[in-house]
Design a protein around this ligand. Structure first.
Ligand SMILES: NC(=O)c1ccc[n+]([C@@H]2O[C@H](COP(=O)([O-])OP(=O)(O)OC[C@H]3O[C@@H](n4cnc5c(N)ncnc54)[C@H](OP(=O)(O)O)[C@@H]3O)[C@@H](O)[C@H]2O)c1
Length: 250
């Protein structure tokens, strides 16, 4: 059947695949025919994701890695086959008012959200692990670029830093035929939200600012990522897709 969004024959690495958006992306990629390589730190939760993948056509596998460790990134990359795509999704948030920012928080949040995807991209390119028509997708956030909320400065700055990198990488890697794009989700129902210090009341109030009157689901981000990974987006590079139920309109 004709499907320009098919990922049949493609091998895709998904970071942060043990939970939330990464898990949903891995599941949807497998349903669209890709061979999926999962990574994250928690091997038990990676195995849970692996069990949820469509295995009718491909053999998927996982490699545990802590992306805040340079040696762990190097080992991950050395164990990878050639890739058609990489979804740089692993990330963490932390709500900290400006006067309480610590060097530790800065280092931790920037490392995973900004430095790790940059270093992983560098390693994939240097080790020639990307086919010439491959697609790199970076999961950013509306925080920083499209939505400024109190307490979110470190996270928003880290994601904004990464959004600049995506454009530079898109320009530099275009000569090799490698595309680089990003998605910027609004609030998505994953453990990420549960880990923040939001009360149910805060969440209901925040949700009322969403024109579509609800938070998003992980699969709704996954589908946008799949568009960018697929040949349907073969002439799309250096762009960002906002997926936020209209939140950034307000
Ligand atoms: N949910 C939202 O509202 C929302 C909104 C906008 C943007 N985002 C972005 O979407 C991405 C995914 O978030 P999510 O909501 O799916 O969060 P999540 O459910 O908390 O998942 C986060 C993932 O990151 C991985 N991770 C954390 N630390 C890591 C490390 N040191 N090394 C390797 N992997 C690590 C975790 O795996 P392990 O624990 O197994 O390592 C997990 O798989 C993040 O980049 C986040 O900033 C989320």
């Amino acid at each position: 059947m004709y499907n320009p969004f098919s990922l049949r024959g493609k091998t895709i690495l998904v970071t942060g695949a043990s939970s939330g958006i990464g898990r949903a992306t891995a599941i949807e990629c497998s349903r669209l025919g890709a061979t999926v390589i999962l990574t994250g730190r928690n091997e038990e939760r990676l195995a849970e994701t692996l069990n949820l993948l469509d295995i009718s056509e491909n053999k998927h596998f996982s490699i545990a890695a802590d992306l805040t460790q340079q040696a762990s990134i190097a080992e991950l990359v050395s164990n990878l086959p050639q890739l058609d795509g990489c979804v740089n999704n692993a990330g963490i948030g932390k709500t900290t008012p400006v006067q309480f920012i610590s060097e530790n928080d800065l280092e931790h949040i920037f490392h995973l959200n900004c430095f790790a995807p940059i270093l992983l991209t560098k390693e994939l390119v240097r080790k020639k692990k990307l086919y010439n028509s491959s697609s790199l997708v970076f999961v950013l956030s509306i925080a920083g670029n499209f939505n400024i909320l109190p307490g979110n400065s470190i996270y928003g700055s880290a994601k904004t830093g990464l959004s600049a990198f995506v454009k530079y990488a898109a320009l530099e890697l275009a000569g090799k035929g490698i595309r680089c794009n990003s998605v910027s989700p609004g609030m998505i129902n994953t453990p990420f939200i549960q880990n923040q210090a939001y009360s149910e009341e805060d969440k209901q109030k925040d949700m009322s600012f969403y024109p579509l009157k609800r938070y998003g689901e992980p699969s709704e981000v996954a589908h946008a990522i799949i568009y960018l990974l697929s040949d349907a987006a073969s002439w799309v590079t250096g762009t960002n897709l906002v997926i936020d139920g209209g939140r950034s309109l307000k």
